[in-house]
Design a binder for this molecule. Structure first.
Ligand SMILES: Cc1cc2nc3c(=O)[nH]c(=O)nc-3n(C[C@H](O)[C@H](O)[C@H](O)COP(=O)(O)OP(=O)(O)OC[C@H]3O[C@@H](n4cnc5c(N)ncnc54)[C@H](O)[C@@H]3O)c2cc1C
Length: 393
């Protein structure tokens, strides 16, 4: 990889860092970043206020053309931004916002791009992602939600599940079946619309007790034909444009690295049996092992960005990068729990909880992240057929 940051990229990094150093001063107590933002009203208010400022600086969509609200930068600038924001745990847009944006950018009409992309770049819209269903996850081609033409509208009926952050959303994108006679992925269409009558979200309480996910019930939800992205029955390709975008994830690698730093500090200041944890040989070995992995993880993401900047197909590398970071974060959270012993299981409400009970919480969040947006096994399948050129199973 013949790649090093340009002076302009270093200037940009410094601007992001200066911004983050100011914003973290306002973060709510016990803030762990990421999805925690949408759980409490206080977290959501902080999230929105920061995102509005970031959007005001035009940083949310750096690689987009200027006419749609971007800066015309490349994938490396986007990675620098994501890296810095993740390190400081400063909220930016959730991934699925970029899923819909990538679909509109690649398959939308010029009118759709002009209407929707600047609103996303200005963070005016909060999206819910209506893709997965109770019987359609890894194999999304089995989606059974239907959309039927009625005048100038389509009427949508069905059920979606795991709809992240939907209770904070005002818009939704939905993959629905428009032609039941076409084989599997050929009869699907991608809709975007303001949330309105016909959409009901019910909380899907996560195993750690938080409300971030939802079930979505769709009952005669009307969407005008002009809000179809791409062509009728070609929604699969629109959805895939976004999925491919979401697979290279530097934020996961970097937020884990920051969590490791917190764990190391905690081990330096916590005693067990009259000895500080950081003196125990097995714990020192474990921390050193994680340090190596977390040095490698962001560099892997930059490698993917560098390949992208050369116009290469990165399906296998991006899948490997996401798989590596997600599994690493889960391993770290599990190891942190072991290192902290019984205290590691104590939740944030207790004064005995180390680091606000963060690792028992992360243990649960991260097990979900090895599934969301493509499970570990699906990512390995992509590596097998796209990277290793093995036959598709
Ligand atoms: C935390 C979280 C957040 C999510 N957020 C959203 C959201 O906002 N919007 C949305 O639409 N969806 C969301 N999802 C849904 C997510 O995309 C699906 O859960 C995921 O794609 C897996 O689908 P499934 O749950 O139906 O599992 P299944 O597809 O039924 O898989 C079950 C198991 O079988 C394995 N498996 C399946 N197929 C294969 C194969 N071909 N080869 C090898 N192994 C295989 C899987 O790896 C898994 O271990 C979220 C899920 C989670 C857990």
């Amino acid at each position: 990889m013949d790649f090093k940051f340009t002076p302009e990229q270093e200037v940009l990094r410094k601007a992001f860092e200066d911004f983050c150093k100011e914003e973290v001063k306002r973060e709510p107590e016990g803030w762990i970043g990421g999805l925690a933002a949408e759980e409490s009203d206080e977290g959501w208010a902080y999230h929105r206020s920061v995102v509005d400022k970031v959007a005001g600086k035009g940083w949310l969509c750096l690689p987009w053309p200027k006419e749609y609200g971007g800066h015309g930068h490349g994938p490396i600038e986007q990675l620098i931004f994501n890296e810095v924001m993740a390190y400081y745990r400063v909220p930016a847009l959730p991934f699925h916002f970029m899923t819909v944006a990538a679909g509109i950018m690649e398959y939308g009409t010029e009118d759709q791009k002009k209407e929707w992309l600047p609103k996303i770049a200005r963070a005016e819209i909060n999206w819910a992602e209506g893709l997965s269903e109770p019987n359609a996850g890894s194999d999304l081609a089995t989606v059974s939600t239907t959309a039927v033409a009625d005048g100038n509208d389509y009427v949508i009926n069905g059920q979606k599940v795991w709809t992240s952050g939907a209770h904070r959303a005002d818009h939704i994108f939905i993959l629905a079946r428009t032609d039941p006679n076409e084989p599997r992925h050929k009869g699907l269409t991608f809709f975007i619309n303001k949330i309105g009558p016909g959409i009901e979200f019910r909380p899907l309480i996560f195993m750690n007790g938080s409300h971030f996910y939802n079930e979505t019930f769709i009952d005669d939800f009307r969407v005008p034909e002009e809000n179809i992205v791409g062509k009728i029955n070609k929604g699969w390709y629109v959805m895939m444009a976004g999925r491919n975008y979401a697979r290279a994830n530097i934020a996961a690698a970097v937020s884990g690295k920051r969590d490791l730093e917190d764990l190391i500090e905690c081990c330096k200041h916590t005693e067990e049996g009259g000895e500080i944890l950081a003196r125990k040989p097995l714990i020192r070995q474990k921390l050193a092992e994680f340090l190596i992995d977390y040095e490698a993880a962001p560099k892997f993401a930059y490698y993917v960005g560098w390949l992208q900047s050369k116009g290469k197909d990165v399906a296998a590398e991006a899948a490997a990068c996401g798989y590596y970071a997600n599994e690493l974060n889960l391993r770290l959270a599990n190891s942190a729990m072991e290192i902290m012993g019984l205290y590691g299981t104590v939740t944030k409400e207790s004064r005995w909880a180390p680091l606000y009970g963060k690792f028992q919480d992360l243990c649960q969040w991260h097990s979900g992240f090895t599934i969301a947006g493509g499970t570990t096994e699906i990512r390995k399948n992509v590596i097998a057929w796209s990277g290793l050129k093995l036959p598709r199973s």
